[in-house]
Design a protein around this ligand. Structure first.
Ligand code: SF4
Length: 103
């Protein structure tokens, strides 16, 4: 599962598609955690898509991640500032790849 203390335990590695990326990042196999308020561990995400299909405010966008060993697409929380903290994505993710900081 995603480390919910990623912002303390990881280094900020930059930005992609307008969201923060928390390392380590070593493409194509290691892509880090994307987002801060809504955070997706790209190294766990298997592109199930339930979060993207069910988020009531369309926070997520598909992005291509060619040659990543788990899946070659991922969900980017491009609209994380729209999140209403419903926790649907956290509850629905089959591999616990998403953390939402609702505090
Ligand atoms: Fe969307 Fe709810 Fe997840 Fe926020 S917590 S990203 S509103 S599904």
């Amino acid at each position: 599962a995603i480390d919910s203390n990623f912002d303390q335990n990881r280094e900020r590695a930059g930005d992609e598609n307008g969201v923060a990326v928390w390392g380590p990042v070593e493409p194509p196999a290691k892509l880090g955690i994307h987002g801060t308020h809504v955070a997706v561990d790209y190294d766990i995400c298997l592109a199930d898509g339930a979060c993207l299909e069910n988020c009531p405010v369309d926070v997520f966008t598909w992005v291509d991640t060619p040659d990543h060993p788990v899946s070659e697409t991922k969900v980017e929380p491009t609209n994380e500032d729209q999140c209403i903290d419903c926790m649907l994505c956290v509850d629905i993710c089959p591999v616990d790849a998403i953390d939402v900081d609702a505090s």
